[in-house]
Design a binder for this molecule. Sequence first.
Ligand SMILES: [Zn+2]
Length: 130
Amino acid sequence: MADNLTKEQRSKTMAKIKSKWTKQERTVHLCLNKKKIKHKMHPKIKGSPDLIIPEKKMAVFLHGCFWHSCKRCFVEPKSNRKYWINKINGNKKRDSKNKKVLVKNGWEVAVIWEHQIKRNLDKACCRLTK
Ligand SMILES: [Zn+2]
């Protein structure tokens, strides 16, 4: 990961972040901080987005490519197929329900996929500030 922090600064920054966050959440959070984009992780609002950018009234979901069956990367698991498909379908149902609630309440909804974070974090984060 490219950033300008020294190792020490970096570990200090990381220590402040709750350890239960996912790697994607930490990565995006740090990138938004670096760009000085005001945001709030895990806001307690209906639709439970992963983060919000209050100034833009934008709600953002960070989706794992497997867990939310990304059209680009998803590969069906070979074992326990039924179990996983069920679980993933449940996730997708919840996703669209959450999105509807947010839109209804006046939020713009954006999704950042895992592969976008891996491929070009800067670009993925910049999309949120347009
Ligand atoms: Zn993907």
